[in-house]
Design a binder for this molecule. Structure first.
Ligand SMILES: Cc1ncc(C[n+]2csc(CCOP(=O)(O)OP(=O)(O)O)c2C)c(N)n1
Length: 552
């Protein structure tokens, strides 16, 4: 029996456990898509309205399920459209597999100007993926795809790309079944001297503190992190990328805001799975000289300047924390009163930044315990980074260091596919919604349980606020919006409009009992700035957000 390359391709995806695929078809994918169809209900094909959503949906899917998110696009502009999602997946270590077609194998490098040809497509893909695979012959489809899946499995995260010239999908010549050798594990062995030195520093410190970055979440180190925190009874300051790694209601769980009070007194900090560099200026998020730093990271790049590690532990978060735990002496670094004082102080700061804090309260109260929150680059969203309480891993999604405006809604759709009926709450500003408002069609078509809250202030409000504060003027920030109620209606999406936090809470609660998507528009005016409270260090020159010296 002979098979087309497309059939081998589809069968290999199935053999690697793939069920859900986020794709936009096109002529270069035809033989693969036809083969997917032949498998009937074995595959669920989700077809959004723009290629950027394929990778965003795949990312949201991975972050909720822990299973690789699979995106499929045509070459050239198809791939280029998908790159913002790849960049976000890269910054969040999300296991996204991007399957892209390529121009005809005999046109490669010849500049014939074939449909969707790029001068160097592989270079584009390679620059945004941790690994990339080229299918170099029809007979190599099975082996190369298996190698990509094995690598994805062994890797510590980040997107992987696979390219296939479209003629190989149509070809029946020489298609063979081959098995790829399993790649080596990417987890290095821990240096035992460094481990003991780290344990000594933590055991002898007066106030050791733990800082958890996204690597604790992607490295599934929840239990190990909690064990170390509870052994020392000290605070874990959870970065935006790690939200959910420990339930925020745990007495030792701190956000970057409540963590300010702890870091101010800490003499040793254990930084786990974090780049620990400010998002805008290449400086560490906390000064390196007054505190001794132990950095635990799988990526040796994250040990270098401007960080100054006293000890560097090179392994993944779960392995490193479990090993450290063996050497730590049980003690009570912080009392319940001290951790509560830090949390109470943070709450007061949030409450005082009204109405942002009230809106966040409404969002949390409206969302069920197991609901999934997808944050965005909107003013309420900046505050959510440190003020939206998160209860479990995989229930909070942020954009990582990319800070990609507009990523949230399509990411929420992928999260909903993975969520098995859990309600997804996606927030956006009216500006960011413009990046992907066509995906209301996708939400409606697949009846995804997403509540989309659009904060409508008529501006790129965050940029406007910064312009006004810094320059005293505003420019290029006013928006002319559609009627969001009519827009939702035209896509067949239920919608409502509110103008205060209490009404927002009620609208979210009613949306929870809806099976499909609901759009809630919130009419807002100018908001107070969420920036002075963001980040571990108080903002220089701003007089709010400084914890009193005697707080803990
Ligand atoms: C891809 C991308 N483009 C531009 C920006 C810069 N940016 C950050 S916030 C923002 C304005 C957001 O406006 P809106 O979505 O209306 O939310 P608001 O600030 O009004 O709450 C812009 C343009 C970005 N972060 N990402």
């Amino acid at each position: 029996m002979t098979f087309t390359g497309g059939q081998v391709y589809a069968q290999t995806l199935l053999d690697n456990g793939v069920k859900d695929i986020f794709l936009i078809p096109g002529v270069q994918l035809d033989w693969a898509v036809e083969a997917l169809r032949e498998h009937g209900t074995a595959f669920n094909l989700f077809v959004p309205r723009h290629e950027q959503s394929t990778t965003y949906m795949a990312d949201g899917y991975y972050r909720v399920s822990g299973r690789p998110g699979i995106a499929m696009v045509v070459p050239g502009p198809g791939l280029l459209n998908a790159t913002a999602g790849l960049a976000t997946a890269y910054s969040c270590h999300s296991k996204v597999l991007l399957l892209t077609a390529k121009i005809h194998s005999q046109g490669a490098g010849k500049s014939y100007g074939l449909l969707h040809e790029l001068p160097d497509q592989t270079a584009v893909l390679r620059s945004l993926c941790t690994h990339d695979f080229q299918i170099t012959a029809p007979s190599a489809i099975n082996a190369t795809l298996n190698a990509a899946f094995n690598t994805l499995e062994q890797s510590w995260g980040g997107p992987i790309g696979v390219e296939i010239p479209h003629d190989y999908l149509e070809s029946t010549a020489g298609v063979q079944d081959k098995h790829a050798p399993a790649p080596e594990s990417e987890i290095p062995e821990l240096d035992s001297q460094a481990l003991q030195e780290a344990a000594r520093l933590l055991n002898e410190a007066t106030l050791p503190v733990i800082y958890a970055g996204g690597g604790t979440l992607s490295g599934k180190a929840h239990q190990q992190l909690l064990q170390v925190a509870e052994k020392l009874n000290t605070a874990v300051v959870i970065s935006d990328n790690a939200r959910g790694v420990i339930d925020d209601r745990h007495p030792l769980a701190m956000t970057t805001l409540s963590g300010r009070a702890i870091f101010a007194k800490a003499d040793v900090a254990l930084v786990v799975g974090s780049r620990f560099v400010d998002n805008v200026i290449p400086k560490p998020v906390w000064p390196q000289d007054k505190t001794k730093f132990i950095y635990l990271n799988i990526d040796t790049q994250d040990f270098g300047a401007p960080r100054k590690p006293t000890v560097a532990l090179h392994t993944d978060a779960a392995t490193g924390l479990a090993a450290l735990n063996e050497y730590l002496k049980p003690r009570t670094v912080l009392s319940t009163e001290q951790t509560q004082a830090a949390k109470d102080w943070a709450q007061e700061q949030i409450r005082a930044t009204s109405p942002l804090g009230d809106y966040l309260h409404a969002l949390r109260q409206g969302l069920p315990e197991d609901g999934i929150f997808v944050n965005e680059l909107t003013q309420v969203g900046y505050m959510a980074r440190y003020a939206f309480p998160v209860y479990q891993p995989g229930s909070y999604i942020g954009p990582g260091y990319q800070g990609t405006l507009g990523y949230g809604f399509p990411t929420a759709l992928g999260a909903a596919v993975a969520g098995g009926g859990r309600r997804v709450l996606s927030i956006t500003g009216d500006g960011g919604f413009g990046w992907n408002l066509q995906e209301l069609a996708t939400a409606a078509r697949y009846q995804l349980p997403v509540t989309l809250v659009v904060f409508n202030d008529g501006y790129y409000g965050n940029v406007r606020a910064i312009q006004k504060r810094v320059f005293g003027h505003e420019v290029a920030v006013a928006l002319r919006n559609p009627d969001f109620q009519l827009l939702a209606q035209s896509f067949g999406v239920a919608s409502t409009q509110v103008d205060n936090p209490n009404a927002l809470k009620g609208a979210i609660q009613s949306a929870n009992s809806h099976a499909g998507p609901v759009l809630i528009e919130v009419k807002v005016g100018e908001m107070p700035s969420p920036w002075p409270l963001m980040g571990l260090k108080p903002m220089p020159g701003v007089d709010i957000g400084h914890p009193p010296a005697n707080l803990i």
